[in-house]
Design a protein around this ligand. Structure first.
Ligand SMILES: NC(=O)c1ccc[n+]([C@@H]2O[C@H](COP(=O)([O-])OP(=O)(O)OC[C@H]3O[C@@H](n4cnc5c(N)ncnc54)[C@H](OP(=O)(O)O)[C@@H]3O)[C@@H](O)[C@H]2O)c1
Length: 285
């Protein structure tokens, strides 16, 4: 059996949808905090059990009988994510799971300026010490985040952001589908694997693409870090959130999201969605 945690979330929920196309429903389980929100899976024959990183016993019960478990990374910026992930890994080991997969991030690194990257690195160290086989799915930066980072360029004709670096913006649904291919397949991936779109682009390049796609000149303006924080706070973003987002730019400047690889396309059997696809969606919306 394959058990997917966080299946009421966007990423792992999509992975379950793709698993259902590849594996009999009776061989799929989900571990979710609120079983009422997983009725659409139960109705199709998926085993639904309650599980939370805050409740080790329930989590272990939700992993019972699984050969493979896909753990979701915490989405709570205020939580001690690594401690939560430790509970997930320990529950999988206790349940006798043979392989744990985990939704990590491209650029996971203990020395990254981007805080979640440090949590992912620490979680990968826990996985490495768990004694069981593990796969860390280092997904590229979700391309839909671009909408927020680029701001209202369609109205203003301007992309105003701090200095950046190339990012291999990756479609979350593509990453989710690739996870299903790995879970359902017989090729073993050991340790970290990086799943990205084909191209890493800077905001200068995004502006050029946006100009071409929209038919209007879109200008990229580099704003000083502290000015950008002040502008975000004035617009209503909590300062802590703005500062956390700024570290994305710091990590991008260091090239931590710049790598691209062929594996995502190989797993999907098609080209992953590109930044241009994402921008075209934004324009159409
Ligand atoms: N690669 C990137 O660019 C990027 C960007 C943002 C986030 N991420 C990471 O990718 C993960 C998945 O993304 P997503 O878009 O699917 O996020 P999402 O829709 O917010 O889903 C997160 C899932 O994690 C579950 N969860 C959170 N805390 C939990 C806990 N303590 N115990 C058990 N389950 C818990 C949530 O449960 P409920 O459904 O009950 O709330 C939810 O199902 C995020 O959690 C985050 O770590 C990656």
């Amino acid at each position: 059996m394959i058990v997917v945690a966080g299946a009421t979330g966007a990423l792992n929920g999509t992975t379950v949808e793709h698993l259902l196309k590849r594996v009999p429903a009776g061989q799929i389980g989900v571990s979710v905090r609120d079983i009422a929100r997983a009725r659409h899976f139960a109705d199709r024959g998926v085993r639904v059990r309650q599980g939370s990183y805050e409740d080790p016993a329930a989590l272990r019960h939700s992993f019972e009988g699984a050969d493979q478990v896909l753990l979701v990374s915490s989405n709570d910026p205020h939580a001690d994510a690594v401690s939560l992930h430790r509970v997930g890994i320990e529950a999988a080991v206790a349940a006798g799971v043979q392989r744990v997969l985990y939704t990590s991030h491209q650029g996971a690194g203990a020395d990254s300026p981007f805080h979640p990257a440090r949590d992912h690195a620490a979680t990968e160290r826990l996985l490495a010490g768990s004694g069981i086989a593990w796969t860390s799915l280092r997904n590229g930066f979700y391309a839909h985040s671009l909408g927020w980072l680029l701001g209202s360029w369609q109205e203003t004709g301007v992309i105003t952001a701090p200095a950046d670096g190339p990012v291999s913006w990756t479609d979350r649904a593509d990453a989710a589908e690739a996870a299903a291919v790995i879970l359902a397949g017989d090729r073993a991936f050991d340790g970290p694997v990086t799943l990205t779109a084909r191209q890493a682009v800077t905001f200068d390049e995004v502006a050029a693409m946006a100009s071409q796609l929209s038919g209007h000149e879109i200008t990229r303006i580099v704003v000083d870090d502290e000015q950008w924080i002040a502008d975000k706070v004035a617009a209503g973003t909590p300062e802590a959130m703005a500062r956390m987002t700024l570290t994305t730019f710091h990590a991008a400047r260091e090239g931590r999201f710049a790598g691209v690889g062929p594996l995502l396309a190989e797993l999907l059997g098609r080209e992953p969605r590109s930044v241009a696809d994402q921008l075209a969606d934004n324009i159409a919306a």
